[in-house]
Write a protein that binds this ligand. Structure first.
Ligand code: SF4
Length: 494
């Protein structure tokens, strides 16, 4: 895959602008070159040549220009001057201008316009809180952020639904609890999460749980008196734990936290190759209200290819067991844009899901993360086997609609195939509340376990005024060795 270099003399906005170039020219991988960049990168870029150079003059309201050296410029740099001022409105001013320039050069538009952040619905949510009408918000998305009408309407619909779902929660004075189990049966090709193959770490799991319980004990003391709204156990794959280990963890949570007002208790069972009837019984016995069983695709060939050893048959086998045990809120995750999958394969997956009737369906667009094995695979094999488009997304969203599932949360990631989004659909009453909280950043989330991040959300006059974070070490041995430090970090945050 070819590399294109973007030169910039104003590092502050560099990565936002790079993301725009990347979205218009997704066939290449992009590298930002700025003053202070590693010498080796500067040399490589100078050898190959820059695709474009962005030049900002000193000061906030100074003009700027962009020089294109790409093949369309026929040897001479194509120099374009920014007509407006540059300031705090970078995204709405200069960003919009660059968007128009790139749109004209490529003859393309982007469904999400200049919105390249993780949470495009947050703007709609905030504007609804400020009393703006859906028409005014739509106008803002179209004119100031250059999104398509469909994405603007989807954002508004989701923000309206989120407000309704969250209205009875203790956003300002309550909290949610996240517990991370960083082990999986094997590592999937596209994975960039904190996840370690359980077979290699089996001997360390008990020690990990010891440390996790130590951290949870501290959290339970620290948060005493605050209302606990949701609990989410994710990972990794929590059901890689043995039944006795799961029982130990869940018993501890029940004993140390007041679960009486919890609206949602999720365990992301995730991969079907880790789920057994015995483990599901443990979850049920501890009043877990929501689980996930994630096929990602119902095409076995793809699962084999991406190294996800959970087979289609294992999903089909465990599904009725979970239903029989009384789980009436089961989520399924699927991924669009997996290698070799197009409209036909996604249609097959959606048809199978219709037969199983999950209570919620989370549709992800494949994101290519640098830390994943997929990223290396693409360097070696190219992107040709990866295809995702609005049409493929429509197959999934129309399928969800036919199942009576409504969109209720949305987020984006960098380097998503098709420049699309992840959307959660659910039947009324089965919305994943924690998913909304993590995306809209409206409530404090205290997180325990390796690789987790806690967020303290501050309110002033009823509005979010500040968010502070603290992270735990990612590596399991380091997390265990430094557990006291993890606790001290939390003490400082709370
Ligand atoms: S199941 Fe999820 S966390 Fe585990 S390896 Fe696969 S993608 Fe990563």
């Amino acid at each position: 895959m070819s590399v294109r270099y973007l030169k910039i003399n104003h590092e502050k906005y560099g990565y936002d602008l790079l993301a725009l170039f990347q979205s218009f020219y997704p066939e290449s991988s992009w590298q930002l070159v700025f003053p202070g960049c590693r010498e080796q990168i500067i040399k490589e870029a100078e050898n190959i040549g820059f695709f474009a150079e962005l030049i900002f003059a000193e000061g906030d309201n100074a003009p700027a220009e962009v020089k294109f050296f790409d093949p369309d410029s026929e040897g001479e740099a194509d120099v374009l001057k920014y007509p407006g001022g540059l300031g705090a409105d970078l995204k709405e001013g200069f960003g919009n201008w660059i968007y128009d320039v790139l749109s004209e050069r490529t003859n393309k538009t982007l469904p999400w316009g200049t919105l390249n952040g993780v949470r495009p619905t947050k703007l709609a949510y905030r504007q609804l809180e400020e009393g703006k009408s859906p028409e005014e918000i739509k106008e803002y998305y179209l004119k100031e952020r250059k999104t398509s009408p469909e994405k603007a309407l989807l954002s508004i619909e989701i923000a309206q639904r989120e407000r309704e779902i969250l209205k009875d929660l203790h956003l300002t004075d309550g909290y949610s609890l996240y517990i991370g189990i960083p082990f999986c049966p094997t590592t999937c090709l596209y994975c960039s999460f904190t996840s370690y193959p359980i077979a290699r770490f089996r001997k360390e799991v008990d020690r990990y749980i010891d440390c996790l319980l130590q951290e949870l004990e501290f959290i339970s003391q620290q948060m005493k008196g605050r209302f606990l709204d949701t609990v989410y156990i994710g990972g990794g794959t929590p059901t890689t734990l043995e039944p006795a280990q799961l029982d130990r963890l869940l018993s501890f949570v029940e004993e140390h936290f007041d679960m009486s007002g919890v609206s949602e208790f999720t365990v992301e069972a995730g991969r079907a190759d880790s789920i057994t009837e015995e483990k599901l019984k443990v979850l049920k016995g501890h009043n877990v209200t929501r689980i996930s069983i994630n096929p990602q695709t119902f095409n076995q060939e793809t699962l084999d290819f991406i190294g996800r050893k959970a087979s289609v048959q294992q999903v089909l086998d465990i599904w009725p067991v979970a239903r029989k045990l009384g789980f009436d809120n089961i989520n399924m995750d699927i991924i669009l844009g997996l290698p070799g999958e197009g409209k036909e394969e996604v249609t097959r997956t959606i048809n199978k899901i219709k037969e199983l009737k999950p209570d919620s369906l989370t549709v992800h667009s494949l994101a290519i993360k640098r830390a994943s094995k997929l990223s290396q695979w693409i360097i070696e094999n190219g992107k040709e086997m990866l295809q995702n488009s609005d049409e493929v997304m429509a197959i999934a969203s129309e399928g969800a609609e036919k199942m009576g599932l409504l969109p209720y949360y949305l987020y984006r990631q960098k380097n998503m195939s098709g420049n699309l989004e992840n959307v959660g659909f659910a039947s009324p009453g089965k919305f994943g509340i924690y998913n909304i909280l993590i995306m809209e950043e409206l409530q404090t989330i205290v997180a325990a376990g390796a690789g987790t991040v806690s967020k303290r959300v501050y309110y002033e006059d009823g509005n979010v005024s500040k968010i502070e974070r603290c992270e735990n070490c990612k590596e399991v041995p380091m997390y265990c060795e430094r557990i006291n430090e993890m606790i001290e970090r939390k003490r400082a945050l709370f």
